[in-house]
Write a protein that binds this ligand. Structure first.
Ligand SMILES: [Zn+2]
Ligand SMILES: [Zn+2]
Length: 349
């Protein structure tokens, strides 16, 4: 499998971000990301302006973040060639994205503002809607804002990466429950805006530079097909297709790479001499073996079935013989910090 590492969910000057698209791409290339997915609010202007494609060794893909009339139900949509009116309901835009052959992820589903009540939160409200590809299970800026208190604010401003702890338990629980009914892919987002603030009247700070956030929550995709870095329109389309179809399949994992290099993490299953990847479904339950590899000997691996930890190991690798049907995924901790979240392998459900 080829592994490609990218960051998703960011805003440029085409909406409420402070960075030009070319600057954002440059920051991603400097950090060594293979791809980034731009999501300006309700617009595809960056696409029309021709920014989609290779910027040094980074592929920039353009989607958008859609919201409804109440500015709720934020939806990250990709693989579409037209943006939508904010007068549509969540049910309508989720449906339209799918109809256009695109993919979409519910953004910051349970966003809240416990400590900053004056700042609105933008959670997903309309849970009756179906047809979305997946959920953003971890969002850097949502968590950063949520964790910000009067007591820790200086630390939080100084250490934007250290203050990120883990995805919300509520989101993980819902994600596991949804997967018992159908595949719902998990992805991670940075939600970068690089908003500029003037501190004390003379000191301009950025919350936070794109380059800083590009070191944290990343979505790693796995693909059988290698991405070729050709500059032609066909080559870009092919590369884009590889990334979008891996995301659609759930052949991906989310990692906070600030804690450690998660490249090489693998979670797969063996059954009947066949290999199944994250996002796959295995119809039978007997003779299924789950395998986990992490290229770090200090890792704590937790295997989760239907939302419950059923086994854990402090090792670089682990295997588990399945004896009951369910949705299985893996969490990995490094020095007690939440590090890697796999997508599910669904067995017999
Ligand atoms: Zn949003
Ligand atoms: Zn956003």
């Amino acid at each position: 499998m080829f592994e490609y590492i990218g960051a998703m969910h960011m805003h440029s000057v085409y909406s409420d971000g402070s960075g030009e698209v070319s600057e954002i791409a440059k920051a991603a290339a400097e950090v060594g990301l293979d791809y980034i997915m731009l999501t300006d609010h309700n617009t595809l202007r960056a696409l029309k302006a021709g920014y989609e494609g290779w910027h040094a060794h980074t592929l920039l893909l353009v989607g958008c973040e859609i919201n409804d009339r109440q500015n709720k139900n934020h939806y990250l949509a990709f693989g579409i060639n037209q943006a939508f009116s904010t007068r549509l309901s969540a049910a309508e835009y989720v449906h339209k994205v799918k109809e256009m052959g695109g993919i979409g992820f519910i953004a910051h589903p349970h966003e809240k503002r416990t400590h900053m009540k004056e700042q609105p939160a933008y959670p997903w409200i309309d849970w009756d809607v179906d047809g979305y590809t997946g959920i953003e299970i971890w969002n850097h800026m949502s968590e950063w804002m949520e964790n910000l208190t009067e007591q820790n604010k200086y630390q939080s401003f100084l250490h934007p990466l250290r203050t990120i702890v883990a995805p919300q338990k509520k989101t993980l629980k819902l994600w596991d429950e949804l997967n018992l009914k159908r595949k719902v892919v998990g992805v991670g987002g940075v939600d970068a805006h690089a908003h500029k603030y003037n501190l004390l009247g003379f000191l301009e700070v950025e919350i936070f530079p794109y380059k800083v956030l590009f070191k944290s929550i990343r979505t790693h995709i796995l693909s059988q097909e290698e991405i070729k870095k050709g500059r032609s329109e066909e080559a870009v389309e092919r590369a884009k297709k590889i990334i979008y179809s891996a995301l659609e399949k759930g052949s991906c994992f989310i990692a906070n790479d600030y804690h450690g290099d998660s490249k090489g993490f693998r979670f797969f299953a063996e059954a009947d001499k066949k290999i199944y990847q994250m996002g796959d479904k295995i119809s039978k339950t007997n003779g299924v073996k789950l395998k986990i590899n992490v290229l770090n000997s200090n890792a704590e691996i937790k295997l989760i079935r239907n939302g419950r930890v059923i086994e854990s190991w402090e090792d670089k690798e682990a295997s588990f013989t399945v004896n009951s049907k369910g949705v299985y995924r893996v969490e990995v901790y490094l020095n007690d910090k939440a590090w890697i979240f796999s997508n599910h392998i669904r067995v017999g459900v």
